[in-house]
Write a protein that binds this ligand. Structure first.
Ligand code: 13P
Ligand code: ZN
Length: 272
């Protein structure tokens, strides 16, 4: 029997949280990740069979009860998770009443799930209804994207169009475009409801002057989505620094041609 700390799930989260930190997208305790793990994937671990602690959550997640999530702890630094996974990560099972979680592994110095756990759970709920393969919600603070939320109108159409036109890959990776909520206080049920409502239509949601929530079936998919969005924001920033005059643009017709060849369906109301 293997210990959970040696599982591929812990390995993946250790690596990705360090990469997120290394990009400068998760300063201090910025960012959080939740990864849904299937019960059958947990069968062979010897140290996750008894509840270590019950932790109340500020949310009613009844329709997720029985589900397992590997979740980053609140207040912990992404730069440290790679060295202290059993302290800064927890494997939790949503309890039957939906209002608490059973800790099965980790958080070994008394930690609790991220303050954004309600948003993560609502995000999983929203995405699972559309896509049973949904497993990952990832939140981080990408620098160029946040900067754009100060200078650009918070229009989903305009934001998505800029990001689509800053590199050929964008439309292929997020043909639905990107959702945006107004600035809101983080860590609340309200921001969770606003975010998950947007996640019904979009794979990622911008939190203005704060960061982004991305989703996916795998860690790589959620990370790759955020990475692509931030890369487009970075190119936009550099284009502005070079004077902002576009001599050759990716046109709306180019985007349509791209979608056809790659077999993706772009959000047509965002195109001209
Ligand atoms: P946590 O430390 O609670 O995960 O919060 C970090 C964050 O980015 C809040 O939005
Ligand atoms: Zn944040």
């Amino acid at each position: 029997m293997t210990k959970f700390i040696d599982s591929p799930f812990v390995e993946e989260v250790k690596k990705i949280t360090f990469r997120l930190y290394d990009h400068g997208w998760d300063e201090r305790n910025g960012g959080n990740v939740s990864y849904r793990i299937l019960e059958e994937e947990l069968a062979n671990f010897s140290d996750i069979n008894e509840v270590k602690r019950n932790i109340p959550i500020d949310f009613d997640g009844k329709d997720l009860s029985g589900m397992y999530f590997l979740v980053t702890a609140t207040g912990r630094y992404f730069k440290n998770i790679i060295d202290f996974p059993e302290r800064d990560l927890g494997l939790v099972r949503i309890a039957d009443d939906g209002k608490s979680v059973d800790l099965m592994w980790g958080y070994n110095d008394g930690a609790s799930p991220t303050s954004e756990f309600p948003t993560h759970l609502m995000g999983h709920q929203a995405k699972l209804k559309q896509k049973p393969s949904q497993r990952v919600v990832m939140h981080c603070h990408p620098t160029n994207l946040i900067a754009m939320t100060f200078t650009q109108k918070l229009s989903e159409r305009e934001f998505s169009r800029i990001l689509w036109k800053m590199q050929t890959e964008s439309l292929v990776v997020f043909p639905e475009g990107i959702g945006i909520i107004p600035w809101m206080v983080p860590g609340t049920i309200d921001i969770g409801e606003a975010t998950s409502a947007k996640l019904k239509d979009f794979p990622a949601v911008i939190w203005p002057q704060h960061g982004i929530f991305g989703t996916g079936s795998t860690i790589d998919e959620a990370y790759g989505l955020i990475e692509t969005i931030e890369k487009a924001a970075q190119i936009w920033t550099i284009v502005q620094a070079q004077g902002g005059v576009i001599q050759q643009e990716i046109t709306d017709q180019d985007l349509k041609d791209l979608a056809k060849v790659f077999g993706v369906s772009p959000r047509l109301e965002f195109l001209e």
